[in-house]
Design a protein around this ligand. Sequence first.
Ligand SMILES: [Zn+2]
Ligand SMILES: [Zn+2]
Length: 127
Amino acid sequence: MLHAGWTERVTRPSAATLAWGALIVLAAAAWFVTGARISARLGFDAAAPAVGVIAAAVVAVTIWRWARADGEQVALARGRCPRCRCPLAARHEHARPGALAEGLIEWSCAACGYDHTEPLTCERCAS
Ligand SMILES: [Zn+2]
Ligand SMILES: [Zn+2]
């Protein structure tokens, strides 16, 4: 499935993507040095590069997850699908009286089947 929006996303990274990428590279490099130094100080000289790589990888994956969550929130706020950039259909379910169920908002994409639900209590939700 090749959407026009998909190629656009790949060929033109947004400023936010570049900023997150720079952050990942800097943090991973810093943690590589820190991890290697800590293990060298503990006497594991031979393992120092490996420890550095593991520390860098953990940090990179953590930040990449944040970046992905951040990108998803930005896309949802714009009413666009985070996967294929198609317009999303948003559906709000009011909270039930007596707090039997809390209010929800559900976004769904007809183009790729993306589906995301979050708790949301609006002004008109029964309190
Ligand atoms: Zn509501
Ligand atoms: Zn989609």
